[in-house]
Write a protein that binds this ligand. Structure first.
Ligand SMILES: *Cc1c(COP(=O)(O)O)cnc(C)c1O
Length: 421
């Protein structure tokens, strides 16, 4: 089945009353009926809802639908994209370990992975995800994860996914790819040898800027990479916090299972069932929205490229873009999402443009049906130190656009007026 159809139907067959919409199970807990069933659920002899911090029937349909769209084996939904990144990393690394992180990533991921997790004793080394030439030499015995974005926010760079996977597999290190901007419709990192995908559902998946959420998806066969791998003792040794359970002995996808049973259980960034329900509505139109976002963004990118006040446009769908070849090879029908950025002279010129647009809202979000304009250096990436900013290509004159679903003609006119002639 195509992804467009899966997004509408997968994992729900109108059981019960036959409701066309997936039911919203707005509940904290579940009646086990018998003491034995309760004991079986806790001992993992039976799988089923226990408590909404751990699982919920509405959220489970959302998780299974995303796993299907990503061509993965299992998914875990959490309360934000940030918590999905933290859980994916914390599931692999602990104090004394290191992770290797791409230079060109979302500002929140940079501060989380290079500063906040350092306070837990996990250090980050930076690598260049464009070519991954420096990746192999950065890996040591304590390296537990390699993190990068398929289509990066806000540089709109396309990673060399296959090369990253190849090097990581040679060394037995788990790879984590943030696929938020590309969405599972345009690209499936798990089919290119990546082990784990994370998402912020707050962007294209909700599609209308309605809720915050995140996901972790694991590829099928990831168990084999984790089992008996000396890098990952926590999957192979008894977990004292779960009466000596050994994850490697279980007949389930153990990456997301352990993230659920230990991290979600203890740290508790659970997704609200209502938000899962909203994301399910978003998924229904994801394929058609991303097509429209991509078509409009390409038109806007071409307009900006021809404008004398614009120094540079970053959009991998443009033939002049350094990532054009990779984007056409990787992304479905060469579509590149609605995210693009462009550079003007300096901060003052950028500010003037932000203040002059009428349809674009000055907002720090992407993937909304309404168009958005952002100045990353003073907002989303303000907390990132200057040196790291420039290393990741974020200059003071860089403006990011998230192209919405308004008429492209109106959007181009709005930008034309804001840029002046
Ligand atoms: C927004 C974003 C995140 C963080 O997600 P939240 O849902 O806002 O916590 C992570 N990665 C990327 C690429 C993003 O765009």
């Amino acid at each position: 089945m195509t992804k467009q159809t899966l997004a509408l139907h997968y994992g729900y067959n109108q059981e019960g009353l036959g409701t066309m919409a997936v039911p919203l199970y707005q509940t904290t807990a579940y009646d086990f009926k018998t003491a034995q069933r309760a004991a079986n659920l806790f001992a993992l002899k039976e799988l089923g809802p226990i408590y909404t911090r751990l699982n919920n029937p509405t959220t489970e349909i959302f998780e299974n639908r995303i796993a299907a769209l990503e061509k993965g084996e299992a998914a875990l939904a959490v309360s934000s994209g940030q918590s999905s990144i933290f859980y994916a990393v914390a599931n692999l690394a602990e104090a004394g370990d290191n992770i290797i992180v791409a230079k060109k990533i979302y500002g929140g991921a940079t501060t989380l992975l290079t500063h906040t997790v350092k306070r837990f004793g996990i250090t980050a080394k930076l690598f260049d995800s464009d070519n991954a030439d420096d990746l192999e030499e950065l890996i040591d015995d304590n390296t537990k994860a390699i993190f990068f974005e398929s289509l990066s926010n806000p540089n709109i760079a396309v990673a060399n996914v296959e090369k990253i996977a190849k090097i990581a597999n040679k060394k037995g290190v788990v790879t984590i790819c943030d696929n938020t901007v590309a969405t599972p419709i345009l690209f499936n990192p798990l089919t290119k040898g990546i082990d784990v995908v994370v998402h912020s559902a707050s962007k294209y998946i909700t599609g209308q800027g309605l809720a915050i959420g995140g996901l972790i998806v694991e590829r099928s066969g990831l168990n084999e990479k984790l089992i008996k791998n000396e890098r990952y003792p926590h999957f192979n040794e008894p977990d004292e916090s779960y009466h000596g359970l050994v994850y490697a002995d279980l007949p389930f996808p153990i990456f997301t299972l352990r993230a659920r049973l230990s991290l979600l259980r203890d740290i508790g960034a659970a997704l609200a069932p209502f938000n899962s329900w909203l994301f399910i509505q978003g998924l229904e139109t994801l394929a058609i929205r991303i097509k429209q976002h991509s078509q409009s963004a390409l038109k806007v990118a071409k307009f900006l490229e021809s404008h004398p006040k614009v120094k540079k446009v970053n959009y991998p769908g443009l033939k002049s873009d350094p990532y054009y070849k990779k984007s056409q090879e990787y992304f479905k029908d060469g579509m590149c999402s609605g995210l693009l950025s462009f550079e003007v002279d300096d901060f003052d010129s950028a500010k003037e443009i932000l203040n002059s647009t009428k349809i674009f809202s000055v907002v720090v979000n992407i993937g909304d049906s309404k168009s958005i304009i952002t100045h990353p250096a003073s907002t989303t990436h303000m907390q990132v130190p200057q040196k790291e900013l420039l290393e990741s290509g974020i200059t003071l004159g860089l403006i990011r656009l998230s192209i919405g679903l308004e008429s492209t003609k109106d959007l181009i006119n709005d930008l034309k007026n804001a840029l002046g002639s």
